[in-house]
Design a protein around this ligand. Structure first.
Ligand SMILES: Cc1cc2nc3c(=O)[nH]c(=O)nc-3n(C[C@H](O)[C@H](O)[C@H](O)COP(=O)(O)O)c2cc1C
Length: 358
């Protein structure tokens, strides 16, 4: 019995198996931050997954951080994404759009000239990012969002959710992990506000709660997921008490009957994010980080989650589900082409072609 191959329902999402393709930024968007034919082929080839969560996608030009990431705010982007969802649906798959607003993890070199870099507080992240025009540069010094501007940012997410519907997506996932804007609001180190969006744990949650409500207002709660990674210091993030922050967040989200919560294993040894999620969130869980086929089955068998997501394994194995089914070996991916342009390292990995198992 391999529960990874069993169909599962996450809210209104009907998955033909419990193997989820986790979101991965691959920096192949064309001019105008439009997903190209390369993305149509890439996602279409992986449609046997029970669910695909797309790469992080900016809801507005201000939300863009990295170079060549796709957006969901223009007609051309909607058309580009429509071709992606059509390819996945034609192959019998299910696909949600991950909405990723990078906040302070951004460089103006990667953005439109009039796009801003904003954050809950004007605290610059330590670190550098790659840009096509200037190479490696320091993160921007962000502008603190004025209280009156926050509803506008939440509105950008709602607008993107409507665009995702027009593009044929089955749902959306709010990226509230990895040190981007929602996590910047959640965390005590990056949120020094005292205006109702910061100051207490409940105030730090408010931006995420309002954003989730905006998304569910558009899509219906049963088509909205949220991704978290409690305590992750990635992108210069610090929260003094992540267990308390995420317990409060999940207590607030749980009654909303979302499609799912996507939980990444916490890198903090004393924080069991999966147990915390089970305790404080009553809906379906997708668990992630470092699972192989056996560990994924074991997690489902133990009742830890309803589905398991795989990121890196999908890069060089478009047919990951078939490889799991047949016990075929997994191919390794090339790090050098993770974030480069064009098909090499993106659409150049073939399905399993036989040969000696290795
Ligand atoms: C190339 C690459 C790009 C990623 N981009 C995103 C992203 O856009 N959004 C996100 O939530 N996580 C992103 N992640 C994190 C993965 O979704 C996942 O959490 C991580 O790789 C651990 O899962 P795995 O052990 O199955 O690879 C990325 C990971 C990789 C390797």
């Amino acid at each position: 019995m391999h529960p990874l191959f069993e169909p599962v329902e996450l809210g209104s999402l009907r998955l033909r198996n419990a193997i989820v393709m986790a979101p991965m930024t691959r920096n192949r968007a064309a001019a105008g931050d439009v997903p190209s034919d390369l993305a149509v082929a890439y996602y279409g080839a992986r449609a046997a997954a029970g669910l695909i969560v797309t790469e992080g996608t900016q809801p507005s030009p201000h939300g863009k951080g990295y170079c060549r990431t796709p957006g969901m705010h223009s007609d051309a982007q909607i058309a580009g994404w429509r071709a992606v969802t059509a390819a996945v649906h034609a192959a019998g798959g299910c696909i949600v759009l991950q909405l990723m607003h990078c906040g302070r993890i951004a460089s103006h070199h990667n953005k439109d000239a009039d796009a801003r870099t904003v954050a809950p507080s004007a605290i610059r992240a330590q670190g550098r990012m790659f840009t096509d025009s200037a190479g490696l540069v320091e993160f921007d010094a962000p502008e603190e969002l004025a209280t009156a501007e926050i509803a506008g940012v939440v509105g950008e997410y709602a607008h993107a959710a409507r665009a995702a519907q027009q593009a044929g997506f089955d749902g959306v996932e709010l990226h509230a992990a990895s040190g981007y804007l929602p996590m910047q609001f959640l965390s005590s180190g990056t949120n020094r506000r005292h205006d109702g969006y910061g100051g207490s744990v409940n105030a730090r949650l408010r931006f995420v709660i309002e954003t989730v409500e905006a998304l569910t207002g558009v899509m219906g709660a049963a088509r909205v997921g949220v991704r978290i990674c409690p305590g992750n210091p990635f992108n210069d993030l610090l929260d003094e008490a992540p267990a308390a922050t995420y317990a409060a967040l999940l207590d607030a989200l749980s009654p909303q009957r979302l499609a799912y919560l996507h939980v990444i294993r916490s890198p903090l040894p004393h924080l069991d994010a999966f147990a915390l999620a089970r305790r404080h969130f009553s809906g379906p869980l997708i668990v992630n980080d470092g699972f192989d086929f056996a560990a994924g089955n074991a997690a489902l068998h133990a009742g830890l989650a309803q589905a398991v997501s795989y990121a890196r394994a999908f890069i060089a194995n478009p047919d990951l589900v078939a490889r799991f089914q047949h016990g075929w070996p997994l191919a390794a991916f090339d790090r050098k082409t993770l974030y480069t342009t064009g098909a090499p390292g993106y659409n150049s990995y073939p399905a399993y072609e036989g040969g000696a198992p290795g």
